[in-house]
Design a binder for this molecule. Structure first.
Ligand SMILES: Cc1ncc(COP(=O)(O)O)c(C=O)c1O
Length: 398
């Protein structure tokens, strides 16, 4: 018998993952994934970029690189982030192997077993898994329509000792809740955290995928304010604006945190893939990132609007949802006692999958909600699949 570490003994495949593995029918419609549509990747652009590389650039692409990232990408990405109003000159940028690695590095930097940290309910499962792997005590704060319930946040912080090590949140087009944080809630979070020595991890991988330009002003990031007395670590990714296969993300952090993160990253993978970094660098420098995001934004908006229309037409009136204004997800709220896992079983029989609410609950209990993605299915498939989910809901919840 192998004797595993305490930190991994509780890691097991979830009931949902096991259910999903039953969903193997060739024509199954999946509203489960959080990945871009394969057909949307900028294949020609990537071909052109690779063809245009000099011999020296191709050598760099196949070589190890600096732990914090290739200098050329750090420079071009800084320009890209500066356009979002981020304080790149007074902070340090580090390239990571996906945003998920940035989350893991920060978890390793801050969490000792049983340390409290603050997360949202619901929250991104990848972050919850990382925090669980470091044996954090998850203090969960419910999400409202415009962000975290700040009354609850203050109450929990006033009553939690020792103080939580950090607060993790997703400001724009939340995964799974789909919401945008209002400026008011972000301001309240800042006021509550000020001078408590609780850093903020701001996970912002969807903000380029907005449907409406008018939302941009309210999407302003806490990191853009870089408030006095709070360390803010801003995380982003190329996964949704180029391709998750590159495994490239980044973190913009204050000097002291950056230094620790560099040391931690050295012990994990020494550097992120150089070939991905060379390609991402050119993708920014040639201006492709702006043209590409403009075009996928249109496509995701079409899909999101088709999802809203299909849901409004076919859902029973007791299911509510907030209309997405960007990103990849819609979050359906079912009546108390209505079990999303039972609905998923029925849906799979009908040839459709989604993700149950419990997956995103830090306490892994609350299951009267479901995440339905519109990113990876075309409009026609959305129109075909959503009524089947509605049927499954009616069969289970009446
Ligand atoms: C909120 C959030 N953060 C991070 C990630 C992961 O990004 P990456 O592919 O860069 O690791 C995702 C992917 O679904 C996400 O939804």
């Amino acid at each position: 018998m192998s004797r595993f570490a305490n930190s991994v003994t509780n890691l097991r495949s979830s009931e949902i993952r096991d259910l999903m593995s039953l969903a193997t029918a060739p024509n199954i419609i999946s509203f489960a994934g959080g990945m871009p549509g394969n057909e949307l990747f900028p294949l020609e652009t990537i071909d052109q970029i690779y063809q245009s590389l000099t011999e020296k650039e191709k050598q760099i692409a196949l070589q190890y690189g600096p732990t914090t990232g290739l200098p050329s990408l750090l420079e071009s990405l800084s320009g890209y982030l500066e356009k979002k109003g981020l304080p790149v000159k007074t902070n340090r940028l580090i390239i990571t192997t996906g945003a998920v690695q940035a989350i893991h590095i920060l978890a390793k930097a801050f969490i000792d077993p049983k340390d409290p940290i603050v997360v949202e309910t619901p929250s991104f499962i990848g972050a919850l898994s990382a925090f669980r792997a470091y044996e954090a005590n998850l203090i969960s704060i419910p999400l409202k329509e415009d962000g975290m319930d700040t009354l609850q946040l203050k109450k929990k912080l006033d009553s939690t000792l020792p103080a939580p090590k950090f607060l993790y949140y997703t400001p724009n087009f939340h995964n799974p809740a789909g919401i945008i944080y209002s400026p008011k809630v972000k301001q309240e979070i800042v006021e509550i955290l000020r001078d408590r020595e609780i850093p903020i991890i701001e996970d912002d991988v969807y903000s380029d995928l907005y449907f409406y330009e008018e939302d941009l002003s309210k999407m302003r990031l806490i990191k853009a304010e870089d408030p006095e007395g709070i360390d803010v670590c801003y995380i982003g990714s190329f996964s949704k604006i180029l391709g998750p296969g590159l495994r490239l993300g980044w973190m913009l952090a204050p000097e002291e945190i950056y230094q620790k993160c560099e040391l931690i990253k050295q012990t994990i993978d020494a550097c992120s893939p150089s070939i991905s970094q060379v390609i991402a660098d050119k993708f920014i420098r040639r201006g492709d990132v702006y043209n590409y995001t403009a075009s996928v934004r249109q496509e995701y908006k079409k899909r999101g609007l088709a999802m809203i229309e299909a849901l409004e037409t076919s859902l029973p009136p007791y299911v509510t949802f907030k209309k997405p204004r960007g990103g990849f997800y819609t979050w359906l709220q079912l009546p108390e006692g209505c079990d999303a896992t039972a609905i998923l079983k029925r849906s799979i029989e009908k040839g459709v999958v989604f993700v149950t609410g419990k997956t995103f609950d830090p306490d892994a209990i609350k299951n009267n909600s479901m995440r339905v993605s519109f990113c990876n299915t075309d409009v026609e498939t959305i129109q075909k699949g959503v009524p089947l989910i509605a049927e499954a809901i009616q069969e289970v919840c009446g």
